[in-house]
Design a protein around this ligand. Structure first.
Ligand SMILES: NC(=O)c1ccc[n+]([C@@H]2O[C@H](COP(=O)([O-])OP(=O)(O)OC[C@H]3O[C@@H](n4cnc5c(N)ncnc54)[C@H](OP(=O)(O)O)[C@@H]3O)[C@@H](O)[C@H]2O)c1
Length: 267
């Protein structure tokens, strides 16, 4: 996959052209395996095998249900794991339960779906387990719930703010602009699928996120890098609107691809 090539190629500049292609591929894979715990992400289709879920509430629990149906192995987590046992059991034998730390360690990909105010603590406490992993962040900052850090995040844009709280991860903003009810009812709907906007700076992480969006029954639309995540933050015209991919692209002015950087800075 070309995006993987880009990631690895940029990690070891100058290597391409000095080695035979096969040796290059072997070196690249070895480097990637060492640098990123993505060995279990299927290279051909960006399909991860194991997903850890931190915050198995309305959004996390709904996505867990959709991904379990799609055949993924999951670890649901809670600070009170016993409370999730019956949900896990209902989702089948590929679904287990653990603590947030265990779920962070378990996943090739980790979904973080907690109140935004908890993000700094999750990022700090689980930094070791999350390091280098693809992380999907659904959180939305609400000052009345999350305090003054939410005002800061709204000013900066959530892509920029979340990256500060989750250093060292391969972050993608995902599933923050759809309500959990629509997530449940619109999955794999008939006709054109509903779009899920994504933003991230890491091409391989975006490829994984796109796969997970499709397998949840929606159509991914990559809006741009993390700085562009603000284009689908709380309060934007596209936030919690049910739009198809062409409609979302039109609303965001994404005619020829992802959003230009100036679009984000002018918002
Ligand atoms: N609800 C929606 O329709 C919707 C839509 C889009 C985005 N969002 C955003 O997505 C995030 C999750 O929303 P939600 O509605 O799913 O929330 P929720 O139902 O309240 O679930 C949040 C989960 O986070 C866990 N949690 C809370 N504090 C934690 C901490 N310090 N460490 C680890 N886990 C913690 C809780 O699990 P335990 O108490 O079991 O540990 C809880 O189950 C929020 O930021 C929200 O703004 C929500």
């Amino acid at each position: 996959m070309s995006s993987q090539g880009n990631v690895v190629g940029s990690a070891i500049p100058g290597l391409v052209g000095r080695r035979h292609a096969a040796a290059w591929a072997a070196a690249a894979l070895a480097l990637m395996a060492a640098a990123y715990p993505l060995a279990a992400v299927h290279a051909a289709d960006a399909k991860p095998t194991k997903i850890g879920i931190i915050g198995t509430g309305k959004i996390g629990g709904t996505l867990a249900t959709l991904w379990a149906k799609a055949g993924y192995s999951l670890m649901l987590s809670s600070r009170h794991p016993g409370e999730l046992k019956s949900l896990a059991k209902s989702l089948g034998r590929n679904v287990e339960v653990g603590t947030p730390r265990a779920a962070a360690a378990f996943g090739d990909v980790v979904l973080i779906s907690v109140p935004y105010g908890a993000l700094p603590q999750v990022g700090h406490d689980l930094a070791h387990e999350l390091h280098g992993k693809v992380v999907l962040d659904t959180g939305n900052p609400y000052p009345q719930r999350d305090g003054s850090m939410a005002e800061d995040a709204r000013r900066k844009g959530t892509g920029v703010a979340s990256a500060e709280y989750l250093p060292g991860v391969r972050l993608v903003r995902a599933f923050n602009a759809i309500s959990y009810k629509d997530l449940a009812s619109q999955s794999h709907r008939s006709g054109e699928p509903i779009a899920i906007p994504l933003a991230g700076d890491d091409p391989q992480a975006l490829a994984v996120a796109q796969r997970l969006v499709r397998d949840a029954g929606f159509e991914p639309v990559v809006v741009g890098g993390l700085a562009q995540a603000r284009l689908f933050d709380v309060g934007t015209p596209v936030y919690v609107k049910l739009l198809t991919a062409p409609e979302l692209r039109q609303e965001l002015g994404l005619t020829g691809g992802a959003a230009p950087h100036k679009a984000a800075s002018s918002h």
